[in-house]
Design a binder for this molecule. Structure first.
Ligand SMILES: O=c1ccn([C@@H]2O[C@H](COP(=O)(O)O)[C@@H](O)[C@H]2O)c(=O)[nH]1
Length: 278
């Protein structure tokens, strides 16, 4: 069985270093001339998948925008995941789950067990009940070739107060998360399956990402103000592991599929240039 890290490494080599988010904000549905209901949600997602599902390495549906429509919205999420898989992109579900270990086990079954209707290639997870509480997710991911991206240094300004707080051993909370995830990836080739979320907005925080050996998802580009040129400052020598992520910057170009593809190609070119070694 091929690991998530190996599949991601191959997808990025074939399609380029880019993750595009599917975030059907009410404002975007309106701008696309769609109704703010399940029918509008379905049309929005189908348009995105048909436009870019066969050209982007990773697509990241944001679960919140599906959950707000209840069971029918989650049904659209299930069908969007299936369509993305058929189009050949890896699916990273942004759900930011975290809880005590016995409950994390159920979240793991929901997203990382191939028999689940919401089965995806990888999920985002929150480490604030302790990285160890996420162990059931790591175990199920490893068993089925899946991946987990753990929040370390998020793109929103409010995150710093918690994530950069310093513990008794002198490390920040974020550095503790970084170090624990690095341990999980030891010995994995060509890339570990356990990633971190590090916002492109945060500047140079002095955190050491050199030993992670797993993917570094970088949201915050475009709508939140960061540019591809900021990636070098944030990630330094860890730049080759960065997976830049854009949602509204690309989605705002819709609903014309050609315009969505053009926006995707533009941000991908910017990321390629930013990630290229000097
Ligand atoms: O630190 C984080 C973690 C996750 N996100 C998510 O990424 C997208 C960003 O959307 P944009 O439209 O590109 O701003 C969204 O789903 C967030 O929930 C993040 O922004 N920052």
């Amino acid at each position: 069985m091929e690991t998530f890290g190996a599949r991601l490494h191959r997808a990025v080599a074939e399609r380029g270093p880019l993750c595009v988010g599917i975030d059907p904000h009410p404002g975007l549905l309106a701008r696309w001339g769609l109704t703010d209901d399940v029918e509008g949600l379905d049309r929005f997602c189908r348009t995105v998948v048909e436009a870019i599902g066969d050209r982007v390495a990773v697509v990241k549906p944001q679960s919140a925008f599906f959950e707000r429509f209840g069971a029918r919205g989650v049904g659209i999420l299930e069908s969007t995941i299936r369509q993305l898989r058929n189009a050949g992109s890896l699916v990273l579900l942004d759900v930011k789950r975290g809880d005590i270990g016995s409950t994390v086990s159920a979240y793991a079954s929901a997203y990382l067990d191939p028999s689940s209707p919401l089965y995806v290639d990888a999920v985002t997870a929150s480490p604030y009940l302790g990285v160890g509480s996420l162990a059931p997710m790591f175990e199920l991911a490893a068993a089925h070739g899946g991946g987990v991206f753990v929040l370390a240094l998020t793109s929103n300004p409010e995150g710093a107060a918690v994530q950069r707080a310093v513990g008794a051993d002198g490390r920040t909370v974020a550095q503790t998360v970084i170090d624990e995830i690095s341990q999980l990836n030891q010995g994995a080739e060509p890339l570990g399956s356990f990633g971190l979320v590090v916002g492109a907005t945060i500047g140079d925080t002095g955190h050491d990402l050199t030993a992670v050996h797993g993917p570094l998802l970088a949201p915050g580009l475009g709508a939140q103000g960061a540019t591809a040129a900021d990636l070098r400052t944030v990630f330094g020598s860890a730049l080759p592991s960065v997976l830049p992520s854009y949602s509204r910057e690309v989605l705002g170009a819709g609903p014309d599929p050609a315009a969505l593809r053009a926006a995707t190609d533009r941000v991908l070119a910017e990321c390629r240039a930013a990630l290229a070694t000097p």
